[in-house]
Write a protein that binds this ligand. Structure first.
Ligand code: PMP
Length: 413
């Protein structure tokens, strides 16, 4: 008997491992798992609690009213036209990404190194040929038009569809693309007629609020994923959305609805009702977004400064709540301690200092490159949201994170 070779997603298994560590009563610095520290606004929680009687299955594509709200919301937030016919709702973006991968038959899939943990396994399960696009610390882990062009050329003329996945602000790097960078990439994408999954799940947590959607530059073949997991602090509610191009081929649309109908059926009805209230870009939501951005920007800047003081290489974050740490300046002393891969590094670091990071390998990095992702979410998000002058209290809120960085620094040096 044979079974599909799929192991548990790296981030989720790390969460279980650190939970065990904590159950054993050991001091833990939770930098491994990237869950929003902020609760959804009270109004949205109330909308959910009032919707418990909604027990029906909805349309596979999602409630028509919700699709309209999402279209209007992102039209306003991202300033490009979207009709509700372009929107599909599902229980999280993960199944949407999975189904997009399956809607393409035998495509050439291109993933930047580094990129989020699940794209590669999903592409492999769908039977696609995977090509990685190298990036560098010096190039801020960004895909350049040259590297994209070379990767596309390397894949050769196969006649298959080309599907590129971009994610910004990015997990695991916390960095984003400027409009000019996206325009330069679009040049290459357009010349190659390539499809793009633009995973913009952290768009609304761009620390400056200046996210530019690729769909506003390359509307003809960009499929945007977004949802409530990050900006609304509701990952476990499971609500994601896919925004398709305005002229999406009928066959692609039908395949996505068909795949949805054969897998998840629909997002849960009460969650969709609560999402109606979340996808209202009104003053409440604007205040909620603005506060999260200020808090994440302040903590991100502080954490970056402290990490630099340890001697690690790391870029100042621009969005979301991640940093990709480059331990390569410590390669020699680490090798003397018998550490030559990122996995080994993360295991020893956890065992010896209680600091939980996720190895860069999970994101497609070479294990010997000695990179690891840090999520800076181990703080009281609910309290921080209530703190009007947060900037003056950042050290207090970030105390546990700073303690963890000190433990990391001590372990390193
Ligand atoms: N994309 C990225 C980059 C993510 O970080 C995550 C969540 N960790 C997802 C997609 C999946 O999100 P969802 O909860 O919508 O399935």
């Amino acid at each position: 008997m044979t079974f599909v070779a799929v192991t548990q997603s790296g981030t989720l298994s790390l969460n279980e491992k650190t939970n065990e560590f904590e159950r054993a009563g050991r001091k833990l610095y939770r930098f491994g798992f990237g869950e929003s520290p902020f609760p959804p606004p009270a109004r949205i929680q109330l909308a959910l609690s009032k919707a418990s009687h909604r027990t029906e299955y909805t349309e596979v594509a999602g409630l028509p009213a919700l699709r309209e709200h999402i279209a209007a919301f992102h039209h306003e937030a991202d300033r490009y036209p979207i009709s509700s016919r372009q929107v599909l709702v599902a229980p999280g973006t993960k199944p949407l990404l999975y189904n997009v991968m399956h809607a393409f038959q035998q495509a050439d899939v291109f993933l930047p190194d580094p990129s989020w943990v699940s794209y590669g396994p999903q592409a492999a399960i769908a039977g696609h040929k995977l090509t990685r696009i190298p990036t560098s610390f010096e190039g801020r882990w960004r895909v350049t038009p040259e590297a994209l062009d070379q990767a596309l050329a390397r894949a050769g003329k196969t006649g298959r569809q080309k599907l590129i996945v971009l994610n910004y602000p990015g997990n695991p790097d916390g960095l984003t693309y400027s409009r000019a960078e996206l325009e330069a990439l679009t040049h290459v994408l357009r010349a190659q007629n390539a499809w793009v999954i633009s995973d913009e799940i952290y768009a609304l947590l761009d620390h400056c609020g200046t996210h530019v959607s690729l769909a506003s530059i390359y509307p003809e073949r960009t499929m945007v994923t977004t949802g409530l997991s990050k900006w609304c602090g509701a990952g476990g509610w499971r609500l994601g959305a896919l925004i398709l191009p305005p002229d999406v081929p009928r066959a692609l649309y039908d395949a996505l609805v068909g795949l949805g109908s054969e897998t998840y059926s629909c997002a849960s009805a009460p969650i969709q009702i609560a999402a109606l209230s979340a996808y209202e870009l009104d003053v409440d939501v604007q205040i909620f977004l603005g506060a999260q951005r200020r808090i994440l920007a302040s903590i991100g800047a502080l954490v970056h400064r402290k990490l630099r003081e340890t001697g690690l290489r790391v870029h100042p974050p621009q969005g979301a709540f991640y940093l990709l740490l480059d331990f390569s300046p410590f390669a020699e002393p680490l090798a003397r301690r018998g550490i030559t891969t990122d996995e080994h590094l993360c295991n020893r670091l956890l065992e010896e200092s209680g600091v939980a990071l996720l190895p860069g390998k999970a994101f497609g990095m070479r294990a010997e490159a000695l990179t690891a992702r840090m999520a800076y979410v181990d703080f009281d998000g609910e309290g921080a949201l209530k703190q009007a002058d947060f900037e003056f209290h950042v050290e207090r809120y970030a105390a546990k994170i700073l303690e963890g960085i000190a433990a990391l620094g001590a372990w390193l040096n």
